[in-house]
Write a protein that binds this ligand. Structure first.
Ligand code: SAH
Ligand code: SF4
Length: 347
């Protein structure tokens, strides 16, 4: 019976809320089948290729106070850092020589960086590496700022919505942050022609299985080019320090459902998944993911970009990470490629 639901999801690309919920509740009996179908669908669009994106974590200053995040403004235990525009460009140069063709410039919401500075970083990277894509992940900004960054050459933008339930959103964020603004940002980014990535944490405090079913409908409705999900992992210096972590098994099952809901979506097996389970990223690929986002930040700052406790790969050079990931991914029957890894439109 649950298999029939998976088959219908594969055929129609969507289910009703209650049907998604049924699958989530009975995931143990259907997870293997879901993963098998998700991998088959991924193969149709992307073969056995896995794309890599070089993550440049350029600042850990943040003006926000998201209750879950180690970079939140009120975390005084964190030593803060900022990379210069030159440092950011250097990271991309290093990444290029290692085979990266997409760079993700990510940071806390840090007003120190003006639009001019960020545009300079983007346009320089694009000029030096015209065969590469630049992805930004800078949080909520004005429409005008998103427009200028796009004009400077940015191709893609990652902004997780964090939860599709506005009431839940209020429980994860302080009153100064608004779900409506998050949606405004996502709509702006789409309208400006960015390839857009949204996403949420799995097992975040107060999240219900029904919320997760709602996530799948929300994602279907927005139809983004990328979806980033990872388990919530508690951070010792945040208000959520006593909450339980999300699980790898639920995350990988949701990866399969997302793949079946949006067949050609770009879907990372995230660092958070690799942190909660030593084989998490491999399991993510085996469940239908097709993207990895290794760290390109200078090793000296990596330990300071602690979104959550025990984050992996904070001690290795990027070159070492690539060797390690290539070996790991080969075991799943997939292959890491040197490619910009653009979104493929559904046929
Ligand atoms: N400031 C930007 C980008 C950095 S945060 C932004 O908020 O969009 C990037 C992502 O890290 C967030 O979207 C959130 O989903 C994730 N994250 C933050 N704290 C986390 C935690 N404790 N566990 C798992 N993921 C977390
Ligand atoms: Fe800042 Fe992003 Fe962390 Fe929120 S999730 S505190 S916006 S870095």
């Amino acid at each position: 019976m649950y298999r029939a639901l998976i088959d219908r999801l594969e055929q129609d690309g969507t289910l009703r809320l209650e049907e998604y919920l049924t699958l989530i509740q009975h995931r143990e009996s259907v997870r293997e089948y879901a993963a098998q179908r998700a991998v088959a669908v991924r193969q149709q669009y992307y073969g056995n290729t896995v794309y890599i994106r070089g993550l440049i974590e350029f600042t850990n200053y943040c003006q926000n106070n998201c209750y879950y995040c180690g970079l939140r403004k009120d975390n005084t235990a964190l030593e803060r850092y900022r990379l210069s525009v030159e440092d950011i460009i250097d990271c991309a140069d290093t990444g290029y020589s290692l085979g990266f063709r997409t760079f993700v410039i990510q940071g806390g919401e840090d007003a120190y960086y003006s639009d001019e500075m960020l545009c300079e970083a983007v346009s320089n990277i694009k000029r030096r590496h015209p065969d590469c894509a630049v992805t930004l992940s800078l949080g909520e900004r004005s429409t005008e700022s998103y427009r200028r960054l796009k004009e400077a050459g940015a191709d893609r933008y990652l902004l997780r919505h964090e939860t599709a339930n506005p009431v839940h959103y209020k429980r994860l964020h302080p009153p100064a942050m608004h779900f409506e603004n998050r949606l405004r940002c996502i709509n702006d980014l789409k309208a400006l022609g960015y390839q857009v990535g949204i996403g949420f944490m799995v097992g975040s405090p107060f999240q219900t299985e029904k919320d997760l079913a709602g996530e799948l409908l929300f994602i279907k409705n927005i139809a983004p080019q990328m979806v980033g999900i990872g388990p919530f992992i508690s951070h010792k210096d945040t208000p959520f320090k006593h909450f339980e972590n999300g699980s790898a098994e639920l995350t990988t099952f949701l990866l399969s459902l997302i793949r079946l809901t949006l067949p050609s979506v770009l879907l990372p097996a995230t660092t958070a998944l690799g942190t909660i389970d030593p084989l998490g990223r491999e399991k993510g690929i085996a469940a239908g993911a097709n993207v990895l986002m290794p760290n390109l930040s200078p090793v000296g700052v990596r330990k300071k970009y602690m979104l959550y406790d025990n984050k992996i790969c904070t001690g290795e050079e990027a070159a070492q990470c690539i060797v390690c990931l290539k070996k790991r991914i080969a075991k799943t029957g997939c292959e890491i490629v040197t490619d910009k890894g653009d979104y493929k439109h559904e046929v």
